[in-house]
Design a protein around this ligand. Structure first.
Ligand code: ZN
Length: 315
């Protein structure tokens, strides 16, 4: 699976927001971490799922890399691949037309829209999955994104399988105005249908997840988890300070602050994400306990062992 990080063309320096192709580096090269500025050996960086070994900074991933980390090899089947924005407002800012920006992003971001949706398996457990692409219009939610997310939720309900959404988004897409905002209601209504079917939804928030996405589906998971250091929130600290006239803590928008204040349930390092997701899926989907010896019981025991190893205690 780690080979996924070594397959494409290779360039330096590593641009944090660049498309897939520009993320490759030669194996014998060094990468400068964009947070601590230490040099990291490229092979070590890629073997480490693009996490800085010095400061644990989690670099942003493309949908393809994210799916490779989470899902079983060759299990992913994409749905609604061709569904993309139709520019409902015929938006232009000066001479710059929104349709042209969309076309540009399609060429550079590696996907036709800001989310990739489909069905795959996590350690043999089928799931409906959505992954944001933060390099496509900042991962923002327009009409097509909302429709794709809602369809992915309905697919989970129809196929009686769990839902996973990996968010990385700048919020509602301003070029689609109120139509983008309407996607918040549409996706939340779809999640309600999933809840009626008693199917689990695991939400994974990655850097950054802000605006209308955490204000709708990203914080409505049965479990909401985030990667370490991820920037999360409805608005940035400057906007909140201007509105409330109060000084905020420097780390107010971090995953760790959100965990401390009960906004999310878990902060999970990238290297542990797949195992954690798999365990949670087994916990939520175990329909029989067979006198305490069923799959749910085994998963619960496994989590307790992981918690004890990490010095955490269940509350
Ligand atoms: Zn670093």
């Amino acid at each position: 699976m780690k080979e996924i990080f070594r397959r494409r063309a290779r360039y330096l320096p590593l641009p944090e927001r660049a498309n897939d192709a520009n993320r490759r580096v030669p194996d014998n090269m060094w990468i400068s971490c964009s947070r601590c500025h230490e040099l990291i050996y490229a092979k070590e960086y890629e073997d480490n799922f693009k996490v800085c070994s010095k400061c644990k900074y989690h670099f942003r991933l493309s949908p393809r890399e994210r799916l490779a980390i989470l899902l079983d090899d060759d299990s992913f089947v994409e749905h609604d691949e061709r569904l993309c924005s139709a520019d409902p407002l015929h938006f232009a800012a000066g001479d710059v037309r929104y349709v042209d920006k969309l076309e540009e992003d399609r060429r550079t971001a590696g996907t036709r829209e800001a989310v990739t949706c489909g069905v795959g398996a996590v350690e043999g457990q089928r799931v409906s999955i959505v992954v944001h692409n933060s390099t496509f219009r900042g991962g923002s939610m327009g009409v097509a994104v909302g429709e794709k997310v809602a369809r992915a939720i309905d697919r989970a309900a129809d196929e009686d399988i769990p839902l996973i959404i990996v968010s990385a988004s700048g919020g509602a897409r301003q070029q689609e105005g109120v139509f983008a905002l309407m996607q918040m209601a549409k996706t939340v209504a779809a999640l309600d249908r999933l809840r009626e079917r008693k199917l689990p939804y695991l939400s994974i928030l990655t850097d950054p997840t802000v605006g209308g996405v955490p204000a709708s589906y990203a914080l409505l998971g049965d479990i909401n988890m985030a990667e370490p250091g991820a920037f999360i929130g409805f608005a940035g600290p400057r906007v909140i300070e201007q509105a409330t006239k109060q000084k905020l803590p420097a780390d107010v928008n971090t995953a760790e602050f959100m965990l401390q204040h009960g906004m999310i349930d878990l902060v999970v390092p990238r290297s542990e994400m797949r195992a954690t997701v798999s365990t949670l899926l087994r916990l939520y989907t175990a329909r029989t306990y067979a006198g305490g010896q069923g799959a749910g019981y085994a998963a619960l025991r496994e989590m307790a062992v992981v918690d004890a190893r990490n010095g955490r205690h269940a509350s």
